[in-house]
Ligand binder design. Structure first.
Ligand code: FCB
Length: 472
């Protein structure tokens, strides 16, 4: 492959975009929906930039038809969205609310009518507040509740949706939600992080079982991780060990039981002072280790770490916000460094080689599991010009670089089946509120008007032709 030829993707490669319920839906108090931990968190002073909330967000709950039309116009083949748990099962217990399920049924039908494949994520961080009040993810019971919810949604939508993701980035739910506290519910308790991780894993295992019991045989079930691409600052043994520790905490605490049937020994050793892990019961790890049909990977940027140096100020910003509390249970002393190079508006360094590394790693680790990039994209400080156009060459360059990495991986035999760009729309970027724009479609948060950016047109061209143009 020479650099002046387009890169041709396999004909059945899925080109999609992704969003999440709390980030786009709005309609926070409509049709029986009860608050999630993100409704509570965003109302807590000082937690989210400028006091922004998801009350209205992109108002997708009312404008979903326009959004589906937009996807069809852009020729996108797939759409990954998440279901708001407290919209379909308010308070996280008991009977389902039909209006809530109807919303997702209509959305799925609307997508299918226009030839866009729907992919459902059951949990993208918006736990019903009532379940948090009962203890949240550090409580084992929450995993049972999730299985019941998975059953409800599977039963309601299994006749039309074939692609199912149990959890999105359980690392963020556990470590940012209960460790650094930069995400909802904003707790900062070391052992709770480990318990939450285990119960998320358990929720996945029980959720897969619940889904399989109601979905047709052709349904595909998987999970989405955001594995760390941890790079040691130097090749010294200390720096390499720092990378190992961070990999155990962000990646292998989930991939260990989910993909391989057990927690890694080094993880248990590293965290022994925080917990004796007695919350893991006999049989749990086997239960978590369910056969899967695919693995979803989210990638944005690599992470550079080193052994602690004396007197160094430990960076507490893990990319999603700053906190005095470290999310890295048992490895609080590991130092994080800014990698050199160009950055996005999140401050995340742009490095497609990390994506290539990730793909190769999982091809090796789970050779028979098809991979999807379920999120990849970039925030930039986009401005609309006087003519109403948004030119975002930096985003196009980012996408080009990362899609090149995906293509190279495919050429090397990695089984990557699709790519979901984050995100379709500018939206509520968690602790950053509406201050970070990840969309290929610009959203004016006063008028809620949607305007495809130059990157949307560019991506449409790639998706429509299956060809990545040469150059940048
Ligand atoms: C991921 C989240 C997604 C979005 C992107 C930028 O960690 O899954 O919701 O916020 O980061």
């Amino acid at each position: 492959m020479t650099e002046n030829q387009p890169r041709v993707f396999p004909p059945d490669f899925l080109w999609g975009s992704a969003t999440a319920s709390y980030q786009i839906e709005g309609a926070a108090r409509e049709d029986g929906r009860t608050p999630s931990i993100w409704d509570t968190f965003s109302r807590t002073p000082g937690k989210v930039h400028a006091g922004h909330t998801g009350d209205v967000a992109c108002d997708h709950y009312h404008r979903w038809q326009d959004d589906v039309r937009l996807m069809a116009e852009l020729g996108l083949g797939a759409y990954r969205f998440s279901v708001s748990w407290s919209r379909v099962q308010p308070t996280g217990r008991g009977p389902a609310v039909q209006r809530g399920l109807d919303f997702y049924r209509s959305l799925a039908d609307g997508l299918l009518e226009r030839g866009v494949v729907p992919a459902i994520t059951l949990y993208h961080w918006d736990l019903p507040q009532d379940l948090e009040d009962a203890g949240g993810w550090p409580e084992r019971e929450t995993a049972q509740r999730f299985a019941e919810y998975a059953h409800i949604v599977g039963e309601a939508l299994g006749d039309r949706v074939t692609s199912w993701i149990t959890l999105n980035e359980p690392f963020c739910s556990a470590f940012l939600g209960y460790g650094s506290g930069v995400h909802a519910p904003g707790r900062t308790e070391s052992e709770a992080v480990l318990k939450a991780s285990h119960h998320l894993n358990l929720a996945h295992g029980l959720g897969v079982q619940a889904l399989r019991s109601v979905l047709p045989r052709n349904a595909e079930v998987g999970i989405t991780f955001n594995p760390v691409v941890a790079r040691p600052k130097t090749d010294s043994p200390g720096d390499q060990d720092a990378a190992r520790r961070i990999d155990a905490l962000q990646t292998r605490i989930f991939t260990g039981p989910v993909l391989h049937g057990g927690y890694p020994d080094d993880l248990r050793r590293d965290t022994a002072r925080a917990s004796d892990w007695s919350f893991v019961r006999d049989g749990d790890e086997a239960l978590i280790h369910q056969p899967l049909d695919f693995l979803g990977l989210n990638y944005y940027t690599p992470t550079v770490v080193s052994a602690p140096t004396e007197g160094a100020k430990i960076a507490r910003n893990d990319g999603h916000g700053s906190s005095e509390h470290s999310p890295w249970v048992g490895s609080e002393d590991v130092e994080f460094h800014l990698a050199p190079g160009e950055r996005t508006d999140m401050g995340w360094v742009i490095d497609p080689t990390g994506l290539a590394e990730l793909l190769t790693r999982f091809q090796r680790e789970v050779p028979n599991l098809p991979l999807y990039i379920t999120e990849n994209g970039a925030a930039f400080d986009d401005k609309m010009d006087a003519a109403g156009a948004v030119h975002d060459p930096d985003r196009i360059a980012y996408l080009h670089g990362h899609l090149t990495a995906v293509h190279q991986a495919i050429e090397q035999g990695v089984d990557v089946r699709g790519y979901f760009l984050w995100s379709l729309l500018d939206n509520f970027e968690w602790a950053y509120g509406y201050s970070k724009r990840f969309g290929v479609v610009h959203v004016d948060f006063d008028t809620l008007q949607r305007t495809p950016k130059a990157s949307a047109r560019w991506y449409a061209g790639v998706a429509g032709s299956g060809r990545l143009p040469a150059g940048g």
